[in-house]
Design a protein around this ligand. Sequence first.
Ligand SMILES: Cc1cc2nc3c(=O)[nH]c(=O)nc-3n(C[C@H](O)[C@H](O)[C@H](O)COP(=O)(O)OP(=O)(O)OC[C@H]3O[C@@H](n4cnc5c(N)ncnc54)[C@H](O)[C@@H]3O)c2cc1C
Length: 434
Amino acid sequence: MRHRLIKLSNFTQAIHSQSPCFRPENEHQLETISSELATQKPLARGAGLSYSDCCLNQEKPIIDCRRLNHFISFDEATGLLVCQPGITFAELFLIHPDFIPPVIPGTLKATLGGGIANDVHGKNNSRAGTLGHHIEWLLLQIGNRFIPCSRSENQDLFSATIGGLGLTGVIKRLAITLTKASKTVQVSKQRVMTWKQLLLQMHEEHQNHDYQVAWLDLLNGTERSVLSQANHCNSTQPFTMPKSITLPKLPMRLINRLSMTQFNRIYFHSAQQTSPELVSLAQFNNPLDRINHWNRLYGKQGLVQCQTVFTHQDAKKTMHQLFNLINASGATPTLAVLKYFAQKGAGLLSFVEPGFTIAIDFIHNQHAVKAIQMINNKITSIGGKVYLGKDLFLTAQQFKIQYSNHSLFNNILSQYQCSFQSDLSHRLNIGTHP
Ligand SMILES: Cc1cc2nc3c(=O)[nH]c(=O)nc-3n(C[C@H](O)[C@H](O)[C@H](O)COP(=O)(O)OP(=O)(O)OC[C@H]3O[C@@H](n4cnc5c(N)ncnc54)[C@H](O)[C@@H]3O)c2cc1C
């Protein structure tokens, strides 16, 4: 089968990796490619929008699944959609006027295959859990074998594949239950002046809202944030995808501490809202999708992110500890977002646990690397977790402490003879790497 040697990256553009890339156009081609590559430790890839190295496979084959993007069937009575893994979250909005994806990450450009492999979460965890909770069955291609799995058939393989980072096999086809809801939400925003107040409010009010998220200013020396809460509402306003602009490749980084400090100041002051606003769900959930390649603002070195989860009981103390580490490192936290999780993830290696999660973007430099390494140490020591779809710096030892199902996961890989690998699986020593 024809392939091309391609230099790949992830969303951060902070790391690169070269691989022979195969792009099957249909399920038959996927079967042929998978059989041919069975002994070569390949990796499936979606849109490459992960912040971690889970979508890279240095010098080893990549199976790009974006052309496997067909809808197979949709049942209006149950919301059950059968489709291929290259469908994006944006495309799920086009299925039916009354249905939406049950869980959507911060970008609608991610594929369903990628979303399942990271068991992605949205701003609606209290209501909907993670994406994996809505997956009914999967058809996996493992070498020349084709294995169905669900909660009632090959259940162990099913729960290993949800959040399984592409290491169990290539998802060839899947069934997902879409949610019947309007595509418009009513959004209210408020400024909150202390972390204590913010945590209390998010914890107390999470059940009253369909979506909840807070933006935090970590650059102006005061504890200030903007809490956004949204609920579905009926509206005659037609749903339109937000118009987008595209950033060209830039010769230098446009983001720095000074510009982001000013931006945060302006954003915080402009967030004063007198009455709730009606917007499309995509506008509320995915504002950054309107700027194609916004990661180019960070220049050639790119950005890095860390996302962690910790208990709500210790949240205030933990946040102070993390922010002190960032200050001590000299790193520049350009964007910080806080969410509350009520339900744990659906897979063996899922990231999501009940508690608070904070995601922080940094300009990629040695200070940021130091900050994230210190944060990863702290989170490991307090029993929290680091999101494997976002992280580049966790060690194999820290992974074992944080992800207690790691041995069970490895056993399932052996049992089903799954021989896939990624740069992440090497770094964290998942599976076998002779
Ligand atoms: C702006 C932005 C906002 C984000 N917000 C969120 C958020 O709110 N919540 C959240 O959870 N995540 C979020 N993410 C992370 C992103 O949703 C996940 O990393 C997602 O997995 C990316 O999907 P992808 O199609 O790009 O997959 P890739 O990055 O290409 O791959 C991700 C993983 O999926 C595996 N994979 C891909 N296709 C298949 C397949 N067919 N079969 C088996 N395995 C496969 C790959 O091997 C890899 O391990 C965000 C990312 C960005 C860029």
